[in-house]
Design a protein around this ligand. Structure first.
Ligand SMILES: [Zn+2]
Ligand SMILES: [Zn+2]
Length: 361
């Protein structure tokens, strides 16, 4: 028997009206932070963890909690009695695997990251592409089972098929039971007695994956698409990993992308800029759109063609096509061109230098 001297509610940081769920949640959080295994080298961790565990044991049990609330003494001798006491407590709160997650019954194949280069039009409007990479593939001789055709794996004699064994671990809290993967079967629960010759019992062999990837319309460059279960095969040891595809967009000779807008550089002559011109602006998806450049258009003028940009990712509609106007100043004038330009300058009251140096010998 032990006289209670502490405030269990304060130990868990909950108030006296806390529900069982509140108490459980508080304990999970505190136990995670104060567990000795999570605080190597901290001599106070064990004391903190015991305090939290004790508070939880009392407050999570309605009978004990009532007694505690009435100010009665609580018999704590049975709380941590037996080797599995604390272990069972942890298991009841954190699930079957105990504090640090369950023992791996199965292993997953590795996740694979592959970069894929796509054209701007594919990124803008969607499309298919294929990615290839080297990684283990499921053995097609045994279908990933690891056993020679006509045979099958048998129940593991060590763990009886559960894939896990309970092991006693000596730690700061004394001996704790924990669950580990069975070493005989590597957590599979079965053992291969007659291994497949092709994969030596693994169920997977080195190989090349070829995966068709759908590129969503409007995807920005650098996006990583996740294809669940399309990564490396783990053979009989577990499910395949995931495939992550990083989308990189190739540059386009005519268009640049800015968000969901496309930018196009339109070059017009000085006469066209001054007098206006009708042009056909090419579109990324093919075809063209008529654009009227009005008289007196200045260099750098931007015309916006709504709805002719890239698709919006995951929703309807498209961005705009922004046409940036560049006015080209002519070079290498012929004699005739120079004469008309000088005549024009005179009319405008401009006074260009007398003769271009390259014509003066
Ligand atoms: Zn095989
Ligand atoms: Zn086993």
């Amino acid at each position: 028997m032990r006289q209670m001297a502490r405030d269990y509610y304060a130990d868990l940081g909950v108030d006296r009206a806390a529900s069982t769920e509140d108490i459980k949640r508080a304990f999970r959080r505190l136990a995670r932070d104060s567990h000795p295994d999570a605080n190597p080298g901290d001599p106070d961790a064990e004391a903190r963890f015991r305090r939290v565990a004790e508070a939880y044991e009392v407050l999570s049990d309605p009978g004990r909690r009532n007694a505690y609330d009435r100010g009665e003494t609580i018999d704590l001798t049975d709380l941590f009695a037996g080797m599995g006491g604390l272990d069972d407590l942890i298991r009841s709160v954190f699930g079957d695997g105990g504090f640090f997650g369950s023992a791996p019954r199965t292993m997953r194949g590795r996740d694979v990251l592959v970069a894929v280069d796509v054209d701007l039009s594919v990124a803008a409007f969607g499309g298919d592409t294929e990615v290839r990479f080297q990684a283990h593939v499921t053995c097609d001789v045994c279908g990933g089972q690891g056993s020679a055709p006509g045979t099958s794996a048998v129940t593991c004699p060590t763990c009886g098929g559960s894939g896990s064994v309970r092991v006693a671990r000596r730690g700061l809290l004394g001996t704790m039971m924990s669950v580990a993967a069975c070493s005989t079967c590597s957590g599979q629960g079965t053992v291969v007695t007659d291994p497949c010759k092709n994969c030596h019992g693994l169920g997977a062999v080195a190989g090349e994956h070829s995966v068709r990837v759908e590129i969503p319309a409007g995807v920005p460059s650098g996006t990583r698409l996740r294809l669940t279960g399309r990564g490396e095969s783990a053979g009989r040891r577990g499910g395949p990993g995931d495939l992550h595809v990083e989308v990189r967009i190739r540059s386009h000779p005519d268009f640049e992308r800015e968000g969901d807008d496309l930018l196009y550089l339109l070059r017009v002559g000085i006469a066209e800029a001054a007098l206006g011109v009708k042009v056909d602006v090419p579109l990324l998806e093919g075809g063209s759109e008529k654009l009227e450049v009005p008289p007196g258009t200045q260099p750098g003028t931007v015309f916006r063609l709504p709805g002719l940009g890239t698709a919006h990712l995951g929703r309807r509609g498209r961005g705009d096509l922004r046409v940036y106007t560049e006015v080209e100043v002519p070079t290498n004038l012929s004699v005739e061109e120079e004469e008309s330009l000088r005549a024009f300058a005179q009319l405008r009251g401009e006074s260009p230098q007398k003769a271009s140096r390259r014509r003066r010998r």
